[in-house]
Write a protein that binds this ligand. Structure first.
Ligand code: GLY
Length: 349
């Protein structure tokens, strides 16, 4: 029996998140689809192969190299050209199989191909299962800016399959684990945060119940605020700092995963929250928790070097940045602060 979560926007079902244990269970989700085109990350070709074996309506497949450099308009055009050459009509459905880069790219192509066709996601990383593949954010990088070109269009479904995580490298697993912990810092029903910490530390990859719980939190937020006018900003907890850390790492040619940057970013957000009296002792407790989980907590770069990148962050509006600050586990607030105020809180605490 599939577990299913519906994303409802303006009273209408806009998409669903479906849990399953085996890849073949995707077949009923695509029954009656005459034209499925699979866009997949070549690193998980085995997943795409199993999908194609299980789904009779697959008309074509397009392999991509899913890298940040390749998350570009060039790849969008390459996929669009492949769809066109294969004769994809307006009835076609693009099925993205891969991590967040693949689902962002494939969803963006689908949203503009012939003025928009449907797409669905089979996320193959923990990060995409709990975050990137849910909620309809699609797009590509442009110049030095991440996700600068894109649209928000909901996937028809996101199939969260336990089997695909079997080959996920531990470092990638931990990257997704950071996003899961972020989700439960935002909303912590049923003590999910502590249970997630225990699961992540255990080394087991079998965490379908927690993954679907995180997906449900995200689906709820997206249902209430699909276009990030308010509440959805909470999902950016730790991300203003994380993007700055990733930017600095790129400049230095260093390797930091998104989740590692998010873990460090959440600790920095907690430091600001503690300094402003929004929380008390949260930096220390998050540091301890994330260390137990095997995540980095100390940003290796001087705080001043993060400032410029944060100033340029696309979320900056009118000189202020929407900082998401944790009050305690299960509750965050949004404060519009200048980068200077945030930096001062970081440096003096
Ligand atoms: N990754 C945050 C969001 O989808 O809003």
């Amino acid at each position: 029996m599939h577990k299913e979560i519906t994303i409802t926007i303006g009273g209408t079902a806009a998409g669903r998140v479906v849990g399953g244990s085996r890849i073949a269970e995707i077949a009923p989700l695509l029954s009656g689809e005459p034209e499925v085109f699979v866009v997949y990350d070549e690193q998980v070709s085995w997943v795409a192969g199993e999908v194609m074996a299980a789904v009779p309506g697959v008309r074509g497949s397009i392999a991509i190299e899913a890298t940040e450099e390749g998350k570009s308009m060039e790849t969008v055009l390459l996929i669009a050209r492949s769809l066109l050459e294969a004769g994809a009509s307006r009835k076609a459905l693009v099925l993205a199989v891969g991590g967040g880069i693949t689902t962002d790219l494939a969803g963006f192509v689908a949203s503009i191909y012939k003025r928009g066709i449907r797409y669905a996601n089979v996320p193959t990383t923990l990060l995409a299962q709990v975050d990137a593949a849910i909620g309809g954010k699609t797009g590509v990088n442009f110049d030095s800016y991440k996700n600068m070109l894109g649209v928000i269009v909901q996937p028809v479904f996101t199939f969260i399959c336990a089997e695909v995580l079997q080959t996920l490298p531990r470092r990638d697993f931990l990257s997704g684990a950071a996003e899961m912990l972020k989700t439960f810092v935002i909303e912590n029903e049923d003590d999910h945060y502590a249970r997630a910490l225990a699961w992540i530390s255990s080394g087991s990859t079998d965490g379908q119940e927690l993954i679907l719980a995180a997906a449900a939190v995200k689906a709820g937020v997206v249902s209430r605020d699909p276009f990030e006018a308010g509440e959805r900003r909470k999902l950016n907890l730790g991300h203003t700092f994380a993007h700055a850390i990733e930017h600095e790492a790129r400049l230095r040619g260093e390797d930091v995963t998104h989740g590692e940057a998010v873990a460090m970013g959440m600790v920095l957000a907690a430091r600001v929250a503690d300094a402003l009296g929004v929380s008390s002792g949260l930096e220390a407790s998050l540091t301890q928790d994330f260390t137990t989980a095997g995540l980095p907590t100390q940003c290796p770069y001087p705080m001043e070097t993060l400032a410029e990148a944060m100033d340029k962050d696309k979320k900056a509006e009118g000189g202020l940045v929407h900082f998401v600050l944790p009050e305690r586990i299960g509750s965050v607030v949004i404060r519009d602060l200048s980068v200077a105020v945030a930096l001062n809180a970081l440096i003096t605490n």
